[in-house]
Design a binder for this molecule. Structure first.
Ligand SMILES: [Zn+2]
Length: 345
């Protein structure tokens, strides 16, 4: 007799090996019977998007032990995430697509393999506003998180990290508390044969309630989870950056959008980007001719005005719908700053 499949596979995809439609097999015989009656045509696969072998799976019904999926005899499979949470990245991808559609946002969710499989992380990208939300499943070391953050922020107007169970290093959490005052977390709840995401914000000793995606909103400042005590935005009451500035800002004309009105690390990535570009441009323009210096000064003033306007629209008491438009102006401004800096460099 063939060796039974001892992996106790609880998740699969439906339809074909490449499918993105995940399923959690009910453990109780009665529920599995009901599933079979309701969906007699379903076929189950050890999906490639689950990091699986692509082989076909059968649903094994037991009354005396838990039901599970099983490979054909003698299948060699190296999939590791066989448990009930093994398809969570597919469930969230679906949830995000649905959420974006419902909220009328043009966006895409993409799976990210960081070396241990397709379920390491899921990125949500809003097309027009170039906003990003990273749902992190795999545990990252602090330096890994840092470099991933820098990479994601490079061309993003806002970036939010939402961490799965155990995926954030304590140092990373420390830094997140410092930046935003809270850490966003996700977990999943099993609902029938699917699982759906719940999100909350943890703020040191207290947390908000776990809520579904539908309760959250994508705002120009990023993902907003209800109940989060927003810290007063730096752009309203500018604070001087505590960390020493890198020497890139070295001697140059005094910047209007520069250190004096510099805001803290909680500022939106777009504002930080504009500030950085202004600093870089000023450093470059210092040794350029008068014509270029005039252009640089004009952009500097424009940036200062934009930062203030954007700050007003995205104050502590939520955001104004106009902010999306103003964010786009900030993008345009950043492009002009980059262009002038390139012509000098
Ligand atoms: Zn397999």
């Amino acid at each position: 007799m063939a060796e039974p499949d001892r992996r106790l596979v609880q998740t699969a995809v439906i339809g074909n090996a490449a499918s993105g439609l995940g399923i959690v097999l009910p453990q109780e015989a009665e529920e599995l019977r009901r599933l079979r009656r309701r969906h007699p045509a379903y076929t189950y696969w050890c999906g490639t998007q689950l990091g699986g072998c692509g082989g076909k799976l059968s649903d094994r019904l037991y009354v005396d032990k838990v039901c599970h999926f099983a490979h054909a005899p003698h299948t060699s499979c190296h999939r590791e995430a066989n448990g009930a949470n093994g398809a969570d990245h597919l469930f969230i991808k679906q949830d995000l697509a649905l959420w974006a559609r419902r909220s009328g946002v043009g966006a895409r969710a993409v799976l990210r393999d960081q070396g241990s499989g397709p379920g390491d992380a899921v990125d949500f990208r809003v097309r027009d506003s170039r906003q990003r939300v990273r749902f992190q499943f795999r545990r990252l070391t602090h330096p890994e998180w840092r470099s991933a953050s820098e990479e994601l922020e490079r061309d993003a107007a806002s970036l939010d990290w939402v961490f799965g169970p155990g995926s954030a290093h304590p140092e990373t959490m420390e830094e997140m508390y410092g930046r935003t005052g809270h850490v966003l977390r996700f977990r999943f709840e099993t609902q029938g044969v699917a699982r759906s995401i719940r999100i909350r914000a943890e703020e040191g000793w207290s947390s908000t309630d776990w809520v579904p995606l539908d309760a959250c909103a994508m705002t120009p400042e990023g993902l907003r989870v209800p109940g989060v005590e927003r810290r007063p935005r730096a752009s309203r009451r500018p604070v001087v950056e505590t960390a020493p500035e890198p020497s890139a800002v070295a001697p140059g004309p005094r910047s209007t959008a520069g250190p004096a009105r510099r805001s803290g690390p909680r500022t939106s990535p777009l504002v930080r980007k504009v500030q950085r570009l202004v600093d870089e441009l000023n450093a470059l323009a210092a040794s350029a001719d008068a014509d270029v210096r005039t252009k640089a000064e004009r952009l500097d003033r424009e940036a200062a005005g934009w930062i203030e306007r954007y700050g007003r629209l995205t104050g502590p008491d939520y955001w104004s719908g106009k902010a999306t438009k103003v964010a786009a102006q900030g993008d345009g401004l950043a492009r002009r700053l980059e262009k002038l800096a390139r012509s000098l460099g």
